[in-house]
Design a protein around this ligand. Structure first.
Ligand code: SF4
Length: 444
């Protein structure tokens, strides 16, 4: 039996694709190995959103080719494969196959061809009509948490982003299929599902099948209610696009306890001028109104975001507006990035005119403000009891276990490994940088 080692970079959609690849390979007679040096084939599922992730691919192929005693065949999957196509053969020595974002359903066949000695395989074709998004008996990254794609691709074309080119246009999956697979997951022990997509609130299936009888102005809020009705213990979703984020999503969270109180709402900038240049389609004012509505929820919803500093043309005044908006929003967490031009995006043709040291200074200033806000937000949990889905042993302390709250905070506490997979009550006693610490609460 040939052994395949699968390495994944990037977003949850890539993790989800890799799960499908692993499932398909296992069903077709391959063994998925966690030991890279034992592999006959190494597959690297790539991300091109940030330059760093793309650079990793170059480094990894070199390492695999030069350091492994057993010289495995190497396949490149995902966004870099889709964008670069066969030019990757010229750029990186030692690649045997290039498999685009929509060709992953044919992976077993492609590996068979590579093992039969065929050279230079490139498959950037479309998905098969019968592509199974909801594979049964899957290989998952966790036995308790599942990523469920509901929409793939993006139609928004934010000027800095490569996703519409690497993933193509939006395709929504049928609600009836999503519901069916979540019911199956629930039966197999999954406690938490993440509805995923580049832009979940643009969800627009071609039929209403599966959503009949569920109210809400947008199909996504109807889907949230339909998923809540499956009875699965926790439902999270991301990523949300501010322009399409409607109040009915918050209304659905308010109505259903199992819709978790966490919203990831990337703002990217607090300056209307820069938002226009990014073609985000929202203004500072419209974004603030959405934040106000979320904050007014009785569910105490935690809000996280993404922010880019140093976008082309960003002045100190623009950046000050971003600082003001970050303070206004009071994010529970912000992922801050220094802008770097990505080839193939519209912004690549704009002058990257913010000096690297200015980007670094803005990054640090925003990080300092955000850290203060984050600590303030975390402090409010001290003394509270949170429901924690225990997912793994804690990384640093062998007597501790670690999991997530519904508001998507990492919580660590002293507890036996037998608790992994259970939802338990933890009283929070301490905050440490990005996580919470507490003790098991048997009284609540
Ligand atoms: S909404 Fe914008 S940032 Fe998000 S995936 Fe689409 S183009 Fe990229």
């Amino acid at each position: 039996m040939k052994k395949v080692y699968l390495e994944t970079f990037g977003c949850q959609m890539n993790v989800s694709d890799s799960e499908r690849v692993a499932t398909s390979l296992a069903k077709n007679g391959f063994e998925i190995t966690p030991v890279e040096t034992e592999a006959d084939v190494v597959l690297i599922n790539t991300c091109s959103v940030r330059e760093k992730a793309e650079q990793k691919l170059y480094t990894r192929v070199g390492e695999i080719r030069n350091s492994f005693e057993k010289k495995p065949l190497v396949g490149v999957l995902g966004c870099v494969a889709q964008l670069e196509g066969e030019t990757l053969f010229d750029k990186i020595e030692g690649i045997d196959a290039i498999v685009g974002t929509k060709a992953v359903g044919r992976i077993s066949h492609i590996i068979d061809r590579v093992l039969d000695g065929e050279d230079g395989i490139v498959d950037l074709g479309e998905r098969e009509k019968e592509y199974d998004w909801t594979v049964s008996d899957p290989q998952r990254h966790s036995p308790f948490v599942a990523f469920v794609p509901i929409i793939e691709g993006c139609n928004k074309f934010c000027t800095y982003c490569i996703v519409p080119f690497s993933r193509g246009r939006e395709v929504s999956l049928p609600a009836s299929e999503i519901i069916r697979s979540i019911l199956e997951m629930r039966r197999s022990g999954i406690k938490e599902v993440h509805l995923i997509g580049q832009n979940v609130n643009s969800y627009r299936p071609t039929t209403d099948s599966g959503l009949e009888g569920f109210h809400g102005k947008t199909p996504f809020s109807r889907l949230l209610r339909a998923v809540a009705a499956t009875g699965v213990e926790r439902v999270k979703f991301n990523t949300s696009f501010p322009r399409d984020f409607r109040s009915d999503i918050v209304d659905a969270i308010n109505e259903h306890e199992n819709l978790c109180n966490w919203v990831h709402l990337p703002v990217q900038s607090g300056s209307d001028r820069i938002l226009r240049s990014m073609k985000r389609g929202h203004t500072v004012e419209s974004y603030r109104r959405k934040i106000d509505y979320i904050r007014a929820s009785p569910r105490d919803i935690s809000i996280t975001t993404d922010i880019i500093v140093g976008f082309p043309g960003e002045t100190d005044a623009d950046f000050d507006e971003t600082m003001r908006l970050a303070e206004y929003a009071g994010y529970d967490q912000a992922y801050i990035f220094k802008y770097s031009p990505r080839p193939g995006t519209p912004a690549f043709d704009m002058a990257d005119d913010v000096a690297p040291e200015v980007k670094t200074r803005r990054f640090r200033e925003l990080e300092t403000v955000q850290r203060r806000t984050q600590n303030r937000r975390l402090e409010r949990y001290i003394g509270r009891v949170l429901d924690v889905l225990v997912e793994r042993p804690a990384t640093r302390h062998s007597e501790q276990v670690s999991g997530h709250s519904p508001c998507h905070k990492v919580v660590n506490f002293a507890g036996p490994r037998e608790m992994i997979g259970q939802i338990v009550k933890v009283r929070i006693s301490e905050i440490r940088s990005n996580s919470l610490f507490g003790t098991l609460d048997r009284t609540a």
